[in-house]
Design a protein around this ligand. Structure first.
Ligand SMILES: NC(=O)c1ccc[n+]([C@@H]2O[C@H](COP(=O)([O-])OP(=O)(O)OC[C@H]3O[C@@H](n4cnc5c(N)ncnc54)[C@H](OP(=O)(O)O)[C@@H]3O)[C@@H](O)[C@H]2O)c1
Length: 285
């Protein structure tokens, strides 16, 4: 029996998808830990819990994910995105427990002319990206043989508000949309990411992995495709990032290369278009 602990598994967009997948797996049992269980940032509380539950694998989906808010809350974002993983690492360092930790395409500046591979040099240009990169570095330094870093991007899925659900809601209501077309990334279905990360966990793979759906899209491409998949009539206009100012700087091109992941899975990684169609069907968008 594999004992699994999913931090953030009761409420997070990704955390809930991971828990759902693990429940359906034979010989894996899962517990969650989050805000309502106590102060997870108190190292003594966290250590007591981990020692009591003796997880074989921990999935850490807890993160400060509000990219724009992070610009004005550096210390708080650092606490969640770097100090917290550090506390986990210190607790499990002398055990056999393996950690699956999630990071982001925002560790890159987005000025590449090809998709990013795992070894490419990060250069975050936002507080969110900076604090997530700090978390990565701490883990790779403290527990290199016990950690898998899954870098992911542009998540959508059934469990919580996300770009596609919001776009479809607005499209239905107003019949008109303007969406940014000059930021290109890797849209990713939480159910696929849950599956990939569980497979990496089962083999206790170490190091950095780009775990996203394959192919690339702009937010405009993604919105247009999702609206079609959901059968919504809507006029959609491409705009530039300059037309839609946001506090945090976004990478203009942060597509993550999936060759390493495909090699591990032994099959092609599902393209985001297929994943959006599945999501639209399952969620009845
Ligand atoms: N969403 C994306 O598009 C995206 C893109 C790239 C990378 N990622 C990475 O993927 C991972 C999962 O992201 P997600 O979208 O699933 O995140 P999410 O839905 O925002 O969930 C984050 C989790 O962290 C918990 N959390 C945050 N602050 C907390 C605090 N102060 N105290 C206790 N719990 C706290 C949340 O609990 P509550 O529900 O109680 O707030 C929630 O369970 C993260 O590492 C993120 O950086 C996400």
């Amino acid at each position: 029996m594999q004992n699994i602990l999913v931090l953030g598994g009761a409420t997070g967009l990704l955390g809930q998808a991971i828990v759902e997948k693990i429940i359906s797996k034979k010989n894996w049992q899962v517990k969650t830990l989050g805000r309502t269980d106590g102060n997870i940032f108190d190292p003594q509380f966290l250590e007591k819990f981990i020692i009591r539950e003796k997880p074989d694998i921990i999935f850490n989906t807890v993160a400060w994910t509000q990219v724009d808010d992070a610009e004005e809350h550096y210390a708080e974002a650092l606490k969640v995105n770097a100090d917290f993983p550090e506390a986990i690492a210190k607790i499990i360092k002398k055990s056999d427990c393996h950690l699956i930790h999630f990071s982001t395409d925002f560790v890159f500046d987005g000025h590449s002319n090809r998709s990013y591979v795992e070894d490419d040099k990060p250069n975050p240009e936002s507080v969110y990206g900076t604090t997530k990169l700090a978390g990565e570095k701490i883990l790779l330094n403290l527990i290199p043989e016990q950690v898998t870093i899954c870098r992911t991007a542009w998540l959508f899925g059934p469990h919580r508000k996300n770009f596609i659900a919001t776009i479809c809601q607005v499209a239905r209501k107003s019949g008109k949309l303007k969406v940014v077309a000059d930021q290109i990334g890797s849209p990713t279905y939480t159910k696929d990411l849950a599956e990939y990360s569980i497979q990496l966990a089962a083999e206790k793979k170490t190091g950095i992995w780009h775990t996203v759906n394959s192919d690339q899209a702009s937010w405009y491409d993604l919105a247009s495709f999702a609206i079609k998949a959901a059968n919504i009539e809507c006029e959609i206009t491409p705009i530039t990032s300059a037309d839609w100012p946001q506090k945090a700087k976004r990478p203009p091109f942060s597509v993550l290369n999936t060759a390493k992941l495909a090699d591990f899975l032994g099959q092609k990684v599902r393209p985001w278009q297929e994943a959006v169609e599945l999501y639209a069907k399952e969620k009845s968008l």
